[in-house]
Design a protein around this ligand. Structure first.
Ligand code: BGC
Length: 342
């Protein structure tokens, strides 16, 4: 089986006719469309030549943001000091674009920055009324503590969330020539989210998190060779890389904290773009061995678990690890393309 072509097919197969990508069709909790996952998925599809598929998602996202206008206006009218994560836009939607009002930790801001950044990367012109709403929204809420990309830690500001917001605003500013606060966000990260010459996970945790990779890959907020990036990657390799697989962070317990396929692919892409092709190929080969007989790639590979006792309880609660995870297939596609271009 050709894992690259197969990954494209899986993503196309599970894209809803509305344009929404379901995070994982077979997993009880993931039958929704996340702005974060889907933006990254659209990027991979666009890069692989599937621009119609990517465009369908962008069109869907534009509609969803327009539907959110009343809520965005409410946020814009509020005093910054009164805002909490409960005021933020949803992180995941039903495929018809409606919000699912359950107890999911919805207040996560990163996906809207990722959406803006990816749309620019994919030459998708976000209508001016929508990009204006998103920029105003991000400018208002970026300092509001919220759940991170792993849907945890609502009391903190998370460094990778700030990277996503800064990347989206920066792309928008470059495209339009209009100033916004992205430099302020980057400045804040430099002064308050670093320690020992590297980035930290959040205002509440000085350790690294593999999502910190995103400052370099894919967002390229810092130049290749930047000391902070190099030191952060070294610390991620030292503490979170077991074999070829990357853990999310040290105290993770979700499904026992196995190896995250999408993060491992991201590290491979970082290597490919930084002159370390052999290391990128090694990760690709490891991923290749982890496609199952249906051609599915799971969210995590249950190996070298950091919290082995927590594997079974999660299986009991939600079933087997999500597979296929469309975002994982997307990052595999990106890794193949980055290796090819290196
Ligand atoms: C991850 C999120 C992801 C969601 C859907 C969660 O387990 O922590 O990053 O957006 O799954 O894939």
């Amino acid at each position: 089986m050709n894992n690259f072509l197969n990954s494209l097919d899986i993503i196309k197969k599970y894209q809803d006719s509305s344009g929404a990508y379901v995070a994982s069709p077979n997993f009880s909790q993931y039958g929704f469309c996340w702005f974060r996952d889907s933006s990254f998925i659209a990027r991979a599809m666009y890069r692989a030549g599937e621009s119609i598929c990517a465009r369908k998602f962008f069109d869907w996202a534009v509609k969803v943001i327009r539907n959110n206008r009343p809520d965005i206006e409410k946020v814009l009218l509020k005093d910054k000091s009164e805002l909490t994560h409960k005021d933020l836009l949803p992180t995941r939607y039903r495929v018809d674009g409606s919000a699912n009002n359950d107890d999911w930790p919805n207040g996560q801001s990163d996906g809207y920055g990722t959406f803006l950044w990816v749309a620019h990367e994919c030459c998708y012109e976000v209508p001016a009324d929508v990009s204006k709403m998103v920029v105003n929204y991000i400018e208002k809420i970026w300092e509001v503590p919220c759940y991170d990309a792993w849907e945890e830690g609502p009391e903190y500001l998370h460094t990778s969330t700030l990277f996503s917001l800064a990347a989206g605003l920066k792309a928008q500013s470059i495209a339009t020539g209009q100033k916004n606060c992205y430099e302020l966000i980057i400045q804040k990260v430099l002064t308050q989210h670093t320690k020992n010459g590297r980035f930290v996970k959040s205002t509440g945790n000085d350790c690294v998190d593999s999502s910190l990779l995103w400052c370099s890959y894919p967002y390229a907020l810092y130049s290749n060779g930047n000391e902070l990036v190099i030191n952060t990657v070294s610390e991620i390799e030292r503490t979170l890389k077991k074999g070829c697989g990357l853990k999310r962070y040290l105290n993770d317990t979700y499904f026992g904290a196995g190896s995250w396929t999408l993060l491992s692919a991201n590290l491979g892409s970082y290597y490919a773009r930084n002159g370390e092709k052999e290391k990128a190929l090694e990760i690709k080969r490891w991923l290749d061995t982890n496609f199952d007989s249906n051609g599915f790639l799971a969210e995590q590979i249950a190996e070298n678990l950091l919290a082995p006792d927590m594997y079974e309880p999660w299986v009991k609660r939600w079933g087997n690890i999500a597979s296929p995870l469309l975002w994982a297939h997307a990052e595999y596609i990106n890794l193949c393309l980055d290796i090819q271009n290196s």
